[in-house]
Design a protein around this ligand. Sequence first.
Ligand SMILES: NC(=O)c1ccc[n+]([C@@H]2O[C@H](COP(=O)([O-])OP(=O)(O)OC[C@H]3O[C@@H](n4cnc5c(N)ncnc54)[C@H](O)[C@@H]3O)[C@@H](O)[C@H]2O)c1
Ligand SMILES: O=C(O)CC[C@@H](O)C(=O)O
Length: 396
Amino acid sequence: MRYVKIFDNIAKQITRDGVAKLGEGYEKTDDVNQADAILVRASDIRDLDFGPNVRCVSRSGAGYNNIPIERCAKQGIVVFNTPGGNSNAVKELVVGMILVNSRGTLDGMRWVQSNADDPQIVKDAEKNKKAFVGREAIGRKVGVVGLGAVGSKVANALEALGLDVYGYDPYLSVEHAWQLNRNVKRVDSMAELCRNADYVTLHVPSKDDTRHMMGAEMISLMRDGAMLINYARADIVDEPAVDAALRSGKLGRFVCDFATPLTTKMPNTLITPHMGACTAEAEANCATMAVSQMKDYLEQGTIRNSVNYPDCDMGPCHTGGRIAALHANVPNMIGQISGALAQSNANIQRMSNEAQDGSAYTLIDTDQPVDAATMEKLRAIPGVYRIRQIVPAITR
Ligand SMILES: NC(=O)c1ccc[n+]([C@@H]2O[C@H](COP(=O)([O-])OP(=O)(O)OC[C@H]3O[C@@H](n4cnc5c(N)ncnc54)[C@H](O)[C@@H]3O)[C@@H](O)[C@H]2O)c1
Ligand SMILES: O=C(O)CC[C@@H](O)C(=O)O
């Protein structure tokens, strides 16, 4: 039996319609020390003590700034996310927000609500609507920061609506480049993207080089009265700078998904409670991806969509056994691992080694199971974070 500790309300998706999607051979546990795997959504587990057994953490969602991915890598814990699983949900909300907030919609709605008891409401509505004149988005310049799963969809959707779309992403993947509409203009700097922009929408992960990337300097380049949209992470914007720009009128509107002590006090701001991914479809997509990635890793050693180890997929093991080694990305690891195996009873049939930043992963299929003494030798190689043998039965 394998045990899974589940944080957040992912459980609802996993047991949707009463069908346990963890499947045979898996049970939920409340005890992290018993868990082989963790499933998490937005809970902050940066300070969690992962205990001795946890082999992977699967995040149902895109952002992973709630997980200590470097500490996990060194403990031999693979962290997964579910890229793209919720991107359509975010795209639909962002596009809707841009259109709704370009008009006097919200002020108009408030006016109607506060005049609900007016017996002359039909006449007065016609008289008062001139106070809520908005603008059309068509033809206006919009800058999309980050052209990944969400940003590329947002850019394409806005282009289809007739906006003049610019995108900035120095690390754009080939996959997402293929998905981008050819009319989306790519620029090489944030400054070029922000210059004279009527709208800027943020779709980058929270990390050192994106934190506060939208501050006073970039805002000063935007058109007076522009709209800033943040459905990425709260810390991508420099909040005091946004607050000052809203108060001076430099920014006309701020739309964001993050209620913080300061955003909730800002003028001309519309805040949603981190609900960009809150659709039944996105929640089910992400939960399904998170579970299947977790199971493929535990059962076959397959790594897909990891944020702290390289992807590696040799399919199911058809030989006598499979060694899965998580180790530091340093010279001579493969030499040492294959050297120890050469002295054992087992013969290497197939192998794959992938490295990414400081971490590396080696999968080796052997003709027969490797004996316990050799496993101990492999475990003792300096730089090996974790090693296990996968044979048809579950092994630790
Ligand atoms: N509000 C929500 O509910 C919600 C939902 C999904 C994602 N998000 C947030 O949005 C982020 C993006 O999601 P995604 O699914 O598109 O992720 P993604 O990984 O597919 O895309 C992120 C893109 O940002 C780019 N990027 C990285 N650093 C950059 C930089 N310095 N400048 C410009 N571009 C940079 C990457 O190259 C990548 O293309 C997530 O990390 C998450 O924080 C929020
Ligand atoms: O789980 C959520 O609701 C938030 C998800 C979102 O922020 C993400 O990064 O995917």
